[in-house]
Design a protein around this ligand. Structure first.
Ligand code: B12
Length: 331
C-alpha cells in the first residue's frame, strides 16, 4: 500500500476555492469561553456553510472506483428509507422495559454500543430544531483491517459502508418506536445531521473523547461510526463512562505523529466554553478532501486494534492502583 510520507501541502486548486478570510477554527469557536451551539461547518446543505464549495471539491475528487461508487449508492438507498408513521395507539410500559427493548432492537440490527441521554441545547447545530429531547446514540464498528489503509480508498469504502449500517440501526430503532405509538426522528450519521453526535454519545456512556477528536469505546476502541435518533419514548438514561482515556492520550503521540497535515494538538484547547481535545479544521480538511476522507488518526490509535482496548484498560487500572498505593505509603 502506498503511504504518503512527505509534508502535506494542499493543492492550489483547492485553496483557490477556500472561502476568503474564513477559518473553520473560528467558525468552530476555538478560543471562545462561552458555551454555544456549533455552527454548521461540513456535511450539511451547502447553503448553510461557507465551506459548501469544498464539499463539492471532495465529491469531484473522489476516485472513480467501482466498489466506492456501489457502496455510496447503497448508503444513499438506506438514507432515503421512509420510516412508517407512528401508530395512533400508544402503548405504555415502565421506562426500564422500554429501554431494554429499544437497546435490543439496536443490537439486533448491528449496533455494538447504544447509549441514552438527555439532549443539551448546545448539541443542536445552529439553524436546526430537534423535536424530542431524549437522544439514543448508537455505534457500529468499522473493520480495522480496512480502516488501517487510510487514506487509501479501501478505508473510505469502509467509512461509507458503516455510515449506511449506522443509518440502518437508527432507522430500525425509530421504526420500532413508531410501532409502539411513540415518536422518533432518525438521523443516521452521515449528511445533514442536526446534532453533534460525539457529545451525546459521551454522555450516554458509549466512550471517552480521544486526542484525535473521536470517541473511544471500552470494547471497540476508536473504530466506532456513530449514529443517533431522538424520541419522546420514556427511557432510562445512561451515565458517562470513564476508563482512563484522558490520561492515556496525554502521554500518547500516535495520532499526532501519524497526522500528515499536523492537525492534532498535543494539548486540550478551549472550544465554545469547553476545554477538550480539538482537531484543527483548517489543517485537517484540505488533506481530508484530497484523500477521500482520511482517518489516519484512527488507524494509528492504539485503541483501534482489535483486542487491545481491554488490555489497555487493565494496564491503566494497574498503573492507577500502583500510584494510589505509593501515595498511601508515602503519607
Ligand atoms: C464536520 C465533521 C468533520 C469535519 C471537520 C471536523 C473538525 N474537527 O472541525 C471533517 C470533514 C474534517 C471531519 C473529519 C473526520 N471525521 Co468527522 N464529522 C464531522 C461531523 C459531520 C460534524 C462535527 C462538527 O461539526 N465538528 C466541528 C466542531 C463542532 O468540532 P468540535 O467543537 O471540535 O467538536 C468535536 C468534538 O470535540 C466533539 N464535541 C463537540 N462538543 C463537545 C463537547 C464536549 C464536552 C466534548 C468532550 C466533546 C465535544 O464533537 C465534535 C466532533 O467533530 C460529525 C458528525 C456529527 N453530526 O457530529 C463527524 C464525526 C465527528 N466525524 C467522525 C470521524 C470518524 C472523522 C474522521 C476520522 C474521518 C473518517 N474517516 O471518518 C476525521 C477525523 C478528524 C477529526 N476528528 O476532526 C465521526 C467520529 C466517530 C467517533 N468515534 O467519535 C463522526 C461522529 C461521524 C460519525 N457519524 O461517526 N469530520
Amino acid at each position: 500500500m502506498r503511504k504518503i510520507k512527505e509534508k502535506f501541502v494542499p493543492s492550489k486548486e483547492q485553496m483557490d476555492i477556500w472561502p476568503d478570510g474564513v477559518s473553520g477554527n473560528d467558525l468552530n469557536g476555538l478560543g471562545e469561553t462561552e458555551v454555544r451551539r456549533s455552527t454548521p461547518i461540513y456535511w450539511q446543505e451547502a447553503s448553510l456553510t461557507p465551506f459548501g464549495p469544498l464539499m463539492q471539491f471532495f465529491e469531484d475528487h473522489a476516485p472513480r472506483d467501482e466498489e466506492l461508487y456501489k457502496t455510496q449508492m447503497e448508503a444513499d438507498v438506506i438514507r432515503s428509507q421512509e420510516i412508517p408513521p407512528a401508530s395512533p395507539v400508544r402503548l405504555e410500559k415502565p421506562s426500564g422495559e422500554w429501554t431494554e427493548l429499544a437497546k435490543k432492537v439496536g443490537f439486533d440490527h448491528g449496533a455494538v454500543a447504544v447509549g441514552i441521554t438527555k439532549l443539551r441545547p448546545e448539541w443542536v447545530i445552529e439553524t436546526f430544531d430537534v423535536p424530542y429531547d431524549t437522544v439514543i446514540s448508537i455505534g457500529v464498528a468499522m473493520d480495522f483491517e480496512n480502516l488501517k489503509t487510510a487514506p487509501e480508498v479501501i478505508a473510505a469504502i469502509e467509512v461509507i459502508k458503516q455510515y449506511g449500517e449506522a443509518h440502518l440501526v437508527s432507522n430500525a430503532i425509530a421504526a420500532w418506536i413508531h410501532k409502539q405509538g411513540w415518536n422518533a426522528e432518525s438521523y443516521g450519521g452521515s449528511k445533514n445531521v442536526p446534532i453533534l453526535l460525539v457529545p451525546p454519545a459521551l454522555e450516554g456512556g458509549i466512550g471517552e473523547l480521544g486526542k484525535h477528536g473521536s470517541l473511544i469505546n471500552r470494547e471497540h476502541g476508536s473504530v466506532l461510526r456513530l449514529g443517533a435518533l431522538v424520541t419522546n419514548m420514556p427511557l432510562d438514561l445512561d451515565s458517562a463512562d470513564s476508563f482512563g482515556v484522558d490520561d492515556f492520550c496525554i502521554n500518547c503521540r500516535a495520532c499526532e505523529t501519524a497526522c500528515l497535515p499536523e492537525a492534532i494538538s498535543p494539548e486540550k484547547q478551549m472550544v465554545r466554553g469547553v476545554e477538550k481535545w480539538y482537531v484543527d479544521f483548517d489543517k485537517c480538511l484540505p488533506f481530508f478532501n484530497e484523500h477521500t476522507g482520511c482517518g489516519m488518526c484512527l488507524a494509528a490509535c492504539p485503541w483501534a486494534r482489535p483486542g487491545v482496548p481491554s488490555n489497555l484498560i487493565k494496564k491503566i487500572a494497574k498503573k492507577k492502583l500502583k500510584r494510589t498505593l505509593k501515595k498511601s505509603l508515602s503519607i
